[in-house]
Design a protein. Structure first.
Length: 286
Protein backbone atom coordinates (compact mmCIF):
# COMPACT_ATOMS: atom_id res chain seq x y z
CA UNK A 1 0.00 0.00 0.00
CA UNK A 2 1.35 3.42 -0.92
CA UNK A 3 1.79 6.30 1.48
CA UNK A 4 0.73 9.76 0.30
CA UNK A 5 3.34 12.51 0.22
CA UNK A 6 2.18 16.08 -0.26
CA UNK A 7 4.95 18.42 -1.41
CA UNK A 8 5.67 21.94 -2.47
CA UNK A 9 7.04 21.68 -6.04
CA UNK A 10 8.91 25.00 -5.85
CA UNK A 11 10.60 24.42 -2.47
CA UNK A 12 14.38 24.59 -2.72
CA UNK A 13 13.99 25.97 -6.27
CA UNK A 14 12.72 22.59 -7.43
CA UNK A 15 15.50 20.50 -5.86
CA UNK A 16 13.10 19.03 -3.30
CA UNK A 17 10.67 17.95 -6.03
CA UNK A 18 13.42 16.18 -7.97
CA UNK A 19 14.64 14.37 -4.87
CA UNK A 20 11.13 13.31 -3.90
CA UNK A 21 10.30 12.10 -7.39
CA UNK A 22 13.49 10.00 -7.47
CA UNK A 23 12.55 8.35 -4.17
CA UNK A 24 8.88 7.78 -4.88
CA UNK A 25 8.92 4.37 -6.54
CA UNK A 26 11.40 2.76 -4.16
CA UNK A 27 9.54 3.99 -1.08
CA UNK A 28 6.03 3.29 -2.43
CA UNK A 29 5.03 6.94 -2.20
CA UNK A 30 2.04 8.46 -3.95
CA UNK A 31 2.92 12.07 -4.73
CA UNK A 32 0.62 15.08 -4.51
CA UNK A 33 2.09 18.39 -5.67
CA UNK A 34 0.16 21.39 -4.40
CA UNK A 35 0.08 24.94 -5.66
CA UNK A 36 -0.51 27.46 -2.90
CA UNK A 37 -1.83 27.60 0.63
CA UNK A 38 -5.49 26.78 0.03
CA UNK A 39 -4.73 23.75 -2.13
CA UNK A 40 -2.26 22.51 0.48
CA UNK A 41 -4.88 22.72 3.22
CA UNK A 42 -7.57 21.04 1.14
CA UNK A 43 -5.32 18.25 -0.13
CA UNK A 44 -3.91 17.55 3.34
CA UNK A 45 -7.40 17.35 4.82
CA UNK A 46 -8.59 14.97 2.12
CA UNK A 47 -5.55 12.71 2.53
CA UNK A 48 -5.81 12.71 6.33
CA UNK A 49 -9.41 11.53 6.10
CA UNK A 50 -8.40 8.44 4.09
CA UNK A 51 -4.92 7.54 5.34
CA UNK A 52 -3.32 6.53 8.63
CA UNK A 53 -0.09 8.43 7.84
CA UNK A 54 0.70 11.25 5.43
CA UNK A 55 4.04 12.81 4.61
CA UNK A 56 4.50 16.52 3.96
CA UNK A 57 7.61 17.86 2.22
CA UNK A 58 8.46 21.53 2.08
CA UNK A 59 9.27 24.45 4.32
CA UNK A 60 7.57 25.80 7.43
CA UNK A 61 4.87 27.52 5.37
CA UNK A 62 3.90 24.29 3.63
CA UNK A 63 3.84 22.48 6.97
CA UNK A 64 1.72 25.22 8.51
CA UNK A 65 -1.00 24.89 5.88
CA UNK A 66 -0.84 21.09 5.88
CA UNK A 67 -1.31 21.06 9.67
CA UNK A 68 -4.33 23.33 9.27
CA UNK A 69 -5.70 20.78 6.80
CA UNK A 70 -5.20 17.70 8.98
CA UNK A 71 -6.20 19.44 12.21
CA UNK A 72 -8.70 17.36 14.15
CA UNK A 73 -7.82 14.06 12.44
CA UNK A 74 -5.93 11.08 13.85
CA UNK A 75 -3.52 10.94 10.91
CA UNK A 76 0.21 10.69 11.68
CA UNK A 77 2.22 13.52 10.16
CA UNK A 78 5.62 12.66 8.69
CA UNK A 79 7.79 15.70 8.03
CA UNK A 80 10.31 16.00 5.19
CA UNK A 81 12.04 19.36 5.59
CA UNK A 82 12.86 21.07 2.32
CA UNK A 83 12.47 24.81 2.79
CA UNK A 84 14.70 27.75 3.63
CA UNK A 85 14.36 27.77 7.42
CA UNK A 86 13.02 24.33 8.43
CA UNK A 87 12.54 25.58 11.98
CA UNK A 88 9.79 23.14 12.97
CA UNK A 89 11.68 20.06 11.76
CA UNK A 90 14.87 21.25 13.48
CA UNK A 91 13.04 21.87 16.75
CA UNK A 92 11.83 18.25 16.65
CA UNK A 93 15.33 16.97 15.93
CA UNK A 94 14.35 15.58 12.52
CA UNK A 95 16.97 15.00 9.81
CA UNK A 96 17.36 17.61 7.09
CA UNK A 97 18.76 15.13 4.56
CA UNK A 98 15.90 14.19 2.22
CA UNK A 99 16.55 10.43 2.12
CA UNK A 100 16.91 10.19 5.90
CA UNK A 101 13.88 12.43 6.47
CA UNK A 102 11.65 10.28 4.25
CA UNK A 103 12.79 7.09 5.99
CA UNK A 104 12.12 8.60 9.42
CA UNK A 105 8.75 9.97 8.35
CA UNK A 106 7.69 6.54 7.05
CA UNK A 107 8.89 4.40 9.95
CA UNK A 108 9.13 6.42 13.18
CA UNK A 109 6.61 5.81 15.91
CA UNK A 110 4.23 8.73 16.44
CA UNK A 111 4.38 11.06 19.40
CA UNK A 112 1.83 13.63 20.46
CA UNK A 113 2.97 17.24 20.54
CA UNK A 114 1.20 20.48 21.29
CA UNK A 115 -0.12 22.92 18.75
CA UNK A 116 -0.71 26.58 19.36
CA UNK A 117 -4.00 28.16 18.36
CA UNK A 118 -4.62 31.74 17.31
CA UNK A 119 -8.37 31.96 17.51
CA UNK A 120 -9.15 28.53 16.08
CA UNK A 121 -6.27 28.52 13.58
CA UNK A 122 -3.59 25.99 14.59
CA UNK A 123 0.11 26.80 14.35
CA UNK A 124 3.20 24.71 14.95
CA UNK A 125 5.83 27.24 15.95
CA UNK A 126 5.45 30.92 16.82
CA UNK A 127 2.57 33.37 16.41
CA UNK A 128 2.38 37.07 17.06
CA UNK A 129 2.74 40.61 15.80
CA UNK A 130 5.42 43.24 15.44
CA UNK A 131 8.49 43.85 13.36
CA UNK A 132 8.42 40.19 12.32
CA UNK A 133 5.46 40.97 10.03
CA UNK A 134 7.41 43.69 8.20
CA UNK A 135 10.38 41.32 7.92
CA UNK A 136 8.19 38.59 6.42
CA UNK A 137 6.62 40.97 3.93
CA UNK A 138 10.10 42.02 2.81
CA UNK A 139 11.24 38.40 2.62
CA UNK A 140 8.26 37.47 0.43
CA UNK A 141 9.71 39.67 -2.30
CA UNK A 142 13.41 39.27 -1.52
CA UNK A 143 13.51 35.46 -1.49
CA UNK A 144 12.13 35.28 -5.00
CA UNK A 145 15.69 36.14 -6.06
CA UNK A 146 17.90 35.11 -3.13
CA UNK A 147 18.11 32.05 -0.87
CA UNK A 148 19.95 31.03 2.28
CA UNK A 149 19.66 31.65 6.03
CA UNK A 150 21.47 35.00 5.62
CA UNK A 151 18.31 36.50 4.06
CA UNK A 152 16.56 36.63 7.46
CA UNK A 153 19.06 38.89 9.29
CA UNK A 154 19.37 41.02 6.14
CA UNK A 155 15.61 41.52 6.07
CA UNK A 156 15.64 42.52 9.74
CA UNK A 157 18.31 45.18 9.20
CA UNK A 158 16.40 46.56 6.20
CA UNK A 159 13.09 46.85 8.08
CA UNK A 160 14.35 48.17 11.44
CA UNK A 161 14.89 51.67 10.07
CA UNK A 162 11.23 52.30 9.21
CA UNK A 163 9.44 50.24 11.88
CA UNK A 164 7.09 51.91 14.35
CA UNK A 165 6.14 50.02 17.52
CA UNK A 166 2.60 48.87 18.27
CA UNK A 167 0.72 49.71 21.45
CA UNK A 168 0.16 46.19 22.75
CA UNK A 169 -2.00 44.71 25.50
CA UNK A 170 -1.25 41.13 26.54
CA UNK A 171 -3.45 39.60 29.24
CA UNK A 172 -3.17 36.17 30.88
CA UNK A 173 -3.58 34.50 34.25
CA UNK A 174 0.21 34.22 34.50
CA UNK A 175 1.23 37.82 33.71
CA UNK A 176 0.23 40.87 31.72
CA UNK A 177 1.85 43.63 29.67
CA UNK A 178 0.63 46.95 28.34
CA UNK A 179 2.71 49.39 26.33
CA UNK A 180 4.59 50.00 23.10
CA UNK A 181 6.39 46.94 21.76
CA UNK A 182 8.54 45.99 18.81
CA UNK A 183 7.55 42.32 18.99
CA UNK A 184 4.91 40.35 20.90
CA UNK A 185 4.88 36.60 20.21
CA UNK A 186 3.59 33.38 21.74
CA UNK A 187 5.81 30.35 21.06
CA UNK A 188 4.88 26.71 20.93
CA UNK A 189 8.38 25.89 19.61
CA UNK A 190 11.72 27.67 20.09
CA UNK A 191 12.68 28.74 16.57
CA UNK A 192 11.61 30.95 13.71
CA UNK A 193 13.25 32.76 10.81
CA UNK A 194 15.82 30.13 9.93
CA UNK A 195 17.27 29.44 13.37
CA UNK A 196 16.38 32.48 15.47
CA UNK A 197 15.75 31.26 19.03
CA UNK A 198 12.90 33.62 19.81
CA UNK A 199 11.82 31.45 22.77
CA UNK A 200 14.86 29.26 23.50
CA UNK A 201 13.22 27.06 26.13
CA UNK A 202 9.80 26.65 24.53
CA UNK A 203 8.54 23.08 24.67
CA UNK A 204 6.01 21.39 22.40
CA UNK A 205 5.03 19.03 25.20
CA UNK A 206 4.28 21.21 28.25
CA UNK A 207 0.84 22.64 27.38
CA UNK A 208 2.18 26.20 27.62
CA UNK A 209 3.12 29.02 25.27
CA UNK A 210 6.29 31.01 25.91
CA UNK A 211 5.41 34.69 25.60
CA UNK A 212 8.20 37.03 24.50
CA UNK A 213 7.70 40.78 24.23
CA UNK A 214 10.40 43.17 23.11
CA UNK A 215 9.55 46.59 24.49
CA UNK A 216 10.03 49.78 22.50
CA UNK A 217 13.70 50.53 22.10
CA UNK A 218 15.91 52.70 19.95
CA UNK A 219 17.06 51.46 16.56
CA UNK A 220 20.71 51.20 17.56
CA UNK A 221 19.90 49.14 20.62
CA UNK A 222 17.44 47.04 18.63
CA UNK A 223 20.12 46.18 16.07
CA UNK A 224 22.40 45.16 18.96
CA UNK A 225 19.72 42.96 20.55
CA UNK A 226 18.52 41.17 17.42
CA UNK A 227 21.73 39.16 16.76
CA UNK A 228 21.35 37.75 20.28
CA UNK A 229 18.12 36.09 19.18
CA UNK A 230 20.26 33.50 17.33
CA UNK A 231 21.74 32.48 20.70
CA UNK A 232 18.53 32.94 22.67
CA UNK A 233 20.20 35.36 25.08
CA UNK A 234 17.92 38.28 24.20
CA UNK A 235 15.40 37.08 26.81
CA UNK A 236 17.84 38.16 29.53
CA UNK A 237 17.84 41.76 28.31
CA UNK A 238 15.78 44.21 30.34
CA UNK A 239 14.05 45.29 27.11
CA UNK A 240 12.41 41.84 26.97
CA UNK A 241 9.40 40.60 28.91
CA UNK A 242 9.09 36.83 29.22
CA UNK A 243 6.49 34.54 30.81
CA UNK A 244 4.59 31.31 30.14
CA UNK A 245 0.84 30.93 29.84
CA UNK A 246 -1.60 28.33 28.60
CA UNK A 247 -3.88 31.05 27.22
CA UNK A 248 -3.58 34.78 26.56
CA UNK A 249 -5.38 37.66 24.89
CA UNK A 250 -3.49 39.96 22.50
CA UNK A 251 -4.72 43.37 21.38
CA UNK A 252 -2.85 46.17 19.62
CA UNK A 253 -3.27 49.69 18.32
CA UNK A 254 -3.10 50.08 15.43
CA UNK A 255 -4.55 46.67 14.59
CA UNK A 256 -2.00 44.25 13.19
CA UNK A 257 -2.32 41.04 11.19
CA UNK A 258 -1.30 38.00 13.24
CA UNK A 259 1.49 35.93 11.68
CA UNK A 260 2.21 32.30 12.56
CA UNK A 261 4.91 30.00 11.16
CA UNK A 262 5.77 32.82 8.77
CA UNK A 263 2.24 32.98 7.33
CA UNK A 264 -0.38 35.72 7.60
CA UNK A 265 -3.49 34.47 9.42
CA UNK A 266 -7.08 35.59 8.81
CA UNK A 267 -6.93 37.46 12.15
CA UNK A 268 -5.91 40.86 13.40
CA UNK A 269 -5.46 42.39 16.83
CA UNK A 270 -7.99 45.19 16.49
CA UNK A 271 -10.21 43.00 18.64
CA UNK A 272 -8.54 40.72 21.17
CA UNK A 273 -7.03 37.61 19.60
CA UNK A 274 -6.93 34.59 21.90
CA UNK A 275 -3.76 32.52 21.68
CA UNK A 276 -3.63 29.20 23.52
CA UNK A 277 -1.86 25.89 23.74
CA UNK A 278 -3.73 22.80 22.53
CA UNK A 279 -1.93 20.04 24.37
CA UNK A 280 -1.15 16.83 22.45
CA UNK A 281 -3.18 17.95 19.43
CA UNK A 282 -0.84 16.63 16.72
CA UNK A 283 0.56 13.14 16.04
CA UNK A 284 4.04 13.42 14.51
CA UNK A 285 6.47 10.73 13.37
CA UNK A 286 9.49 11.68 15.45
Amino acid sequence: MTTPLLYNPVAGRGKLARAIENLAAGKELELFATNGAEETRLTAGRLAADHHRILVAGGDGTLHHAIRGIDGSDAILGIVAGGTGNDFASALGLPLDIDAAVERALTAQPQRIDLGRAGEVPFAGIAGVGIVADVLNYLDVFTRRYRGNWVYPWAIVRTVASYRPLDVIVESDAASFEGPAMIAVAANAPRFGGGMLAAPEASMRDGLLDVVILKRTGRVRLIRILPRVYRGTHVNDDACVFFRAARLRLTSRPPAVVYADGEALPLDTGEATVLRSDRGALLVAV
